[in-house]
Design a protein. Structure first.
Length: 165
């Protein structure tokens, strides 16, 4: 899962999101990456984001997990007003095991994840051995292959986050 927030108290929103995900039916364990502060992508005239990824064990369908994630976002105050706009909490289903899903409401692997520093940097920390389906590469390998201009534009720095994890 990808986690991000940039309005209100972003770190508190991530903590609340993780706590709520742990309570979703079918979730049996959940681990989180370090937190990163990242520049916004798409619409850059907004505050920086805090981002992380979570790896969980889940028994159920990808569609049911997505529904649970959307419910968590809503419970945390998420309003979907504009694409790439500011948000209290954004939860993205990045991967679902090694499945490839291409449906209008659900695409896994997430179609943008291989180009997003705010996904690849924390994922490389949390699951360095994980091969991303359709790429045959790890997050570290994908991160190293990004254009240096993209890396600079998507500046990401690890932050100390008391109470995280």
């Amino acid at each position: 899962m990808g986690l991000g927030a940039n309005i209100g108290d972003p770190l508190a929103q991530l903590v609340a999101g993780v706590a709520a995900m742990r309570e979703l039916p079918g979730v049996t364990s959940l681990m989180v990456s370090p937190v990163y502060r990242t520049a916004p992508v798409g619409r850059t005239d907004q505050p920086p984001f805090v981002n992380a990824v979570a790896r969980l064990r889940y028994h159920g369908s990808a569609r049911a997990l997505l529904a649970g994630l959307l419910a968590v976002e809503k419970a945390c105050g998420r309003v979907r007003a504009e694409r790439w706009g500011p948000r209290t909490l954004d939860l993205d289903l990045l991967l679902f095991g090694d499945e490839v899903i291409d449906q209008p409401e659900l695409r896994v692997p997430h179609p943008e994840m291989t180009r997003r520093v705010f996904v690849l940097a924390p994922l490389a920390q949390l699951a360095p051995e994980l091969i991303i389906p359709l790429t045959g590469r790890t997050a570290s390998q994908l991160l190293a292959a990004l254009d240096p201009r993209e890396l600079a534009a998507q500046k990401a720095e690890k932050v100390e986050a008391a109470g995280w994890g």
